[in-house]
Design a protein around this ligand. Structure first.
Ligand code: AGP
Length: 612
């Protein structure tokens, strides 16, 4: 997703902007640009399609632009193809105002037509340039930049995070935010704006998060924030405690591999603080036992891999809570007139906490009376701040577009929450409670054992990386886990893949199985192992090549039928997917490596999808 950085200080802005954009490359982009203001040269703008290196070469690492005030942007195209002219910053016709924008201006066409009738000519096909031209129009009217920004924000509809500099406004940049993340960074004699904290962590850990409708004026020595009536607002400051090195590769070949390896520690950090005296303690949430006992239905709402966490949790929570749990894609939820009332608990899962589909679905559920508990990795993100309760996964910054450690910590935290709610409802026996809690506590150690067997998985990847269609089949939590294994493979290796409930194959899809079709058969869920075995026989009878995943306990049996077998240690059935997913992550990683794909920044994808 697009990245924004802004700087007001006493150092040369351009190198700081380029460095910040580089730290946001992982979010995915197709072009980049910076604008810097100086007393002598006014506004200087450089932007280009392609990788950030192109821009850095174009500006000699930023040396060509002088000035201590500037804005920078990495663009993930929504309106207008990736090109130099569509890249941000966009500049108003008179060349006096430069602007960067994340989000979508829904009514940009009508505004563009109105301005064209007034003689404004446009250079790009983007919605963002319309904001720059509209700003010039209002600035010419009132000759006050803050007032002009206020007028523009009242006119546009849609989502925006804006960074603005103006030739007439010597040492201040302006920021505004609605439905797209933007934070303020407080330095010493210098201040920042950024769409992602990783862009400015090198300079400051003191931040505040802009709220919808707010406007900020940032100078080297001050940050003033106003609401949409231009009334001053006092912002709460937060200290970001992320380890900067966590947002760097640290000697690993890819962020994805590093983050796969970090999973045991990430899970420890997520679960340990929430287990005290052999009990799950969730001080972070304020749900009363009475509220919990009156819950009539539970929705789990998310996208992508977070949705897959919900699919696993559905099976586990219905077992523990004996309540209906419905998992719904966020992009579907908000448009299906959902059955939500004040006895509905809505679990919202999001690594970034900025996924627009998920945020909009959460707001729709809250509007209908539902109570939202968010499971989020990025502290202070929009979803975290707007939810009724939030539980953070402490996975640290996840840089690779394909999620791994965030997925695993979400899964572990959902198991904890399920246990906590089951205890309040009295639907989990003492022995089950103890067994599941013991399983959660041994998860990191058993996961470490799986991570020590990467060679087997690398070997299988070298055998199977040339397949152009791969099926993942499984039952119950194995089916849900297979969804994640399939998505990992698709995302980074670009191989077509689908996850199927094994029992469903014979109702149609088995017609696709032919000689040599690769089927990844998942049989880690012990209660249904025999069924998993019969499905292996079923697809092999049609010529499939079967790579099976099961537990050490069933390995010998599986090896009698499957062509290849991977196994993981056994653990409580509720937690088995948390172990089984790791070989699937590694398989996708090694296949993509064999195929020479861009593992950390897969084509067409962004780390956080903040558009519909
Ligand atoms: C997962 O590997 C993908 N990057 C993607 O499916 C992601 O899980 C999805 O976009 C949801 O993101 P979120 O968890 O930040 O809301």
């Amino acid at each position: 997703m697009c990245g924004i950085i802004g700087f007001a200080g006493h150092s040369e802005a351009a190198p700081i902007l380029l460095d910040g954009l580089e730290r946001m490359e992982y979010r995915g982009y197709d072009s980049a640009g910076i604008a810097v203001r100086s007393e002598t040269k006014g506004l200087q703008v450089k932007k280009s399609k392609g990788r950030l290196q192109v821009l850095s070469d174009l500006t000699h690492g930023g040396a060509d632009l002088e000035g201590n005030l500037g804005i920078g942007h990495t663009r993930w195209a929504t309106h207008g193809e990736p090109s130099d002219v569509n890249a941000h910053p966009h500049v108003s016709s008179n060349g006096q105002i430069a602007l960067v924008h994340n989000g979508i201006i829904e009514n940009y066409l009508e505004i563009k037509e109105h301005l064209m009738k007034l003689g404004v000519t446009f250079k790009s096909d983007t919605d963002s340039e319309v904001v720059a031209q509209l700003l010039e129009y209002h600035y010419n009217e009132c000759h006050n930049m803050l007032e002009a920004v206020g007028r523009v924000l009242r006119r546009i509809e849609g989502s925006y995070a804006l960074g603005i500099i103006c030739a007439d406004y010597p040492n201040a940049l302006i920021a505004a935010r609605k439905d797209a993340p933007l934070l303020l960074g407080y330095g010493k004699g210098e201040n920042f704006i950024a769409s992602d904290v990783t862009a400015i962590l090198k300079h400051t850990r003191e931040v505040s998060y802009m709220d919808d409708g707010e406007i900020a004026v940032i100078t080297p020595d001050s940050i003033d924030v106003f609401d949409d009536e231009l009334v001053p607002v006092t912002k709460e400051h937060h200290q970001v405690n992320w380890d900067v090195t966590a947002a760097e590769k640290g000697g690993y070949p890819h962020f994805m591999f590093k983050e796969i390896m970090e999973q045991p520690e990430a899970i420890r950090k997520t679960v340990s603080p929430r287990i005290k005296g052999e009990r799950v303690v969730l001080d972070d949430i304020s749900m009363t036992q009475e509220y919990v006992k009156n819950i009539s239905r539970i929705f789990i709402i998310a996208c992508g891999s977070s949705y897959h966490v919900g699919m696993v949790s559905k099976y586990n929570w219905e077992k523990m809570l004996r309540r209906p749990v419905e998992v719904v894609l966020a992009s579907e939820f908000r448009y299906c007139d959902p059955l939500v009332d004040d006895h509905t608990l809505v679990i919202v899962i999001s690594q970034s906490g900025e996924t627009l589909d998920t945020m909009a679905a959460m707001r729709e559920a809250q509007r209908r009376g539902g109570r939202a508990l968010a499971i989020v990795n990025v502290v202070g993100s929009s979803i975290a701040r707007d939810a009724d309760d939030v539980l953070y996964t402490w996975a640290g910054p996840e840089i690779a577009v394909a999620t791994t450690k965030a997925y695993s910590t979400q899964l572990a935290l959902m198991d904890l929450v399920g246990l906590y709610l089951g205890d309040l409802l009295g639907t989990v026996s003492d022995s089950e409670y103890k067994a599941i809690l013991a399983g959660i506590q041994e998860l990191p150690e058993k996961m470490q054992k799986v991570l020590e067997k990467t060679a087997d998985i690398q070997y299988f990847a070298s055998r199977y990386f040339n397949h152009n269609s791969i099926f993942f089949i499984g039952r119950n939590v194995d089916y849900a886990m297979g969804m994640e294994g399939s998505l990992k493979l698709k995302e980074i290796s670009y191989i077509h893949s689908e996850a199927y409930a094994s029992g469903e194959l014979k109702h149609g899809t088995i017609s696709l199985i032919e000689q040599g079709t690769l089927v990844v058969a998942l049989g880690t869920y012990a209660p249904l192992f025999d069924k998993a075995m019969s499905n292996v026989v079923e697809v092999k009878a049609r010529g499939a090549e079967v790579l099976a995943l099961t537990t050490d306990e069933f390995r010998e049996k599986m090896e009698k039928t499957a062509d290849s077998t991977i196994s993981v240690p056994s653990i409580h059935p509720i937690l088995q997917p948390s172990l089984g997913v790791v070989p699937l992550q590694l398989f996708a990683y090694y296949v993509a490596l064999q195929r020479g794909c861009d593992i950390d920044k897969p084509r067409n994808l962004a780390k956080s999808v903040t558009v519909e």
